[in-house]
Ligand binder design. Structure first.
Ligand SMILES: [Zn+2]
Ligand SMILES: [Zn+2]
Length: 373
């Protein structure tokens, strides 16, 4: 979604994007600068947030009635929502969008703004700009073994889209009643006959099991769940860790010039996923509570209290490109520069490499044989 620069124009009725305070031109957020910059006069308007504004967490149980919701234009000034007919991603954009940033398909349609969405409470602003993201991408690709040469060349011309990906974080205090068993080791002396036919003794470890039951309390804070379905989970997981201490209270100026995906995993489904992420922590607490040398867990009844959530937007650069009719995606964490991606393989390079290895093996065999002969 490389936006063509739009000539400064006074905002006429309806929704308008953010404007430069000097000349009224289009502005875009400047990564790492904490300011929006004008595309015409280069004027920088720093984003100064009211210190009284803090990131609020909302109550999950009452969220369906109390969470602030709004239309796309409330997430991003001048924003419209588009849907990709190929991969289904719904993205909020401000400029002209002719293709989908997630799959490179040219089949995007504008969708009516009739389904209000839960508004983000917090945003992690872009720290890495387009140029740096491309440099990370190029470095990553050049270090890939067997990448097709024409692709490496083409990637230099390939654009990258700056996108905010939707996330939820959840807090919960958990109380878990469990049943299980505690295993305690003991040793017995066994006698046996060794290979020389002599009688010997040895110590053998055994485990005695006792029934166990109890209750553990574990509190969780900011369990992160990705609310996008547009990228493979493997790519999304590789974007972590995110520097969440850098989160700011939501302000649409951070979105100026970037797209934002609408959450595809809803609040409830996201909490179910958070519960799965909490489970290993609860199991660890149960094992500690059972004690002994080994533990078995038979049942867990988890109750959640003080459930809170936040809706966040986290920044990434994405390049979706088609190569021999297949879509490949490479993402760059726009805070850390961490790159992850799908990539095509050059079968010609692999075949040549295999032949070279075979030639070396044959060479060694011939050498060894001629030395023996
Ligand atoms: Zn300006
Ligand atoms: Zn798509």
């Amino acid at each position: 979604m490389a936006e063509p620069a739009v000539a400064p124009a006074p905002a006429k009725g309806g929704v308008a994007g953010r404007r430069c305070s000097q000349c009224g031109g289009d502005v875009a957020f400047r990564p790492g600068k904490d300011a929006v910059g004008c595309k015409f006069c280069e004027h920088l308007d720093p984003i100064v947030l009211d210190p009284a504004r803090v990131v609020v967490e909302l109550d999950l149980d009452t969220a369906l009635t109390t969470a602030p919701t709004g239309a796309a234009a409330e997430v991003s000034a001048g924003g419209r929502e588009i849907e990709c007919k190929n991969c289904g991603a719904r993205t909020i954009v401000t400029g002209q969008a002719t293709r989908c940033p997630f799959c490179d398909a040219a089949v995007v349609v504008e969708i009516p703004d009739d389904r209000p969405q839960i508004l983000p409470q917090s945003v992690l602003p872009f720290g890495i700009d387009h140029k740096d993201a491309k440099a990370h991408f190029a470095k990553w690709l050049s270090s890939r073994w067997f990448a097709p040469s024409d692709l490496v060349k083409r990637s230099k011309a390939q654009g990258m889209d700056g996108m905010y990906l939707p996330y939820w974080t959840y807090d919960a205090d958990t109380t878990t009643h469990y049943t299980g068993e505690r295993g305690e080791h003991y040793y017995v002396t066994e006698s046996y006959t060794d290979s020389q036919g002599k009688r010997q003794t040895r110590q053998v470890r055994k485990t005695r099991w006792y029934a166990a039951a109890g209750t553990v309390h574990v509190d969780f804070d900011d369990v992160l769940v990705c609310a996008s379905k547009s990228l493979p989970e493997k790519l999304v997981d590789k974007l972590e860790p995110w520097d969440l201490p850098g989160l700011r209270p939501f302000d649409d100026r951070y979105l100026a010039g970037f797209g934002a995906e609408r959450y595809a995993v809803d609040l409830e489904a996201g909490f179910a996923r958070a519960g799965e992420k909490m489970e290993p922590g609860i199991r660890t607490a149960i094992r500690r509570d059972i004690g002994g040398d080994e533990q078995r867990i038979h049942s867990m009844d988890v109750r959640y209290a003080n459930k809170k959530f936040k809706h966040l937007l986290l920044p990434l650069w994405i390049s979706a490109f088609r190569y021999h009719d297949k879509v490949y995606r490479v993402t760059v964490n726009a805070r850390t520069g961490e790159v992850s991606g799908e990539r095509p393989w050059s079968w010609i390079k692999i075949a040549l490499f295999t032949l070279a290895i075979l030639a070396i093996i044959v060479g060694i065999v011939v050498l060894v044989q001629s030395n023996q002969g």
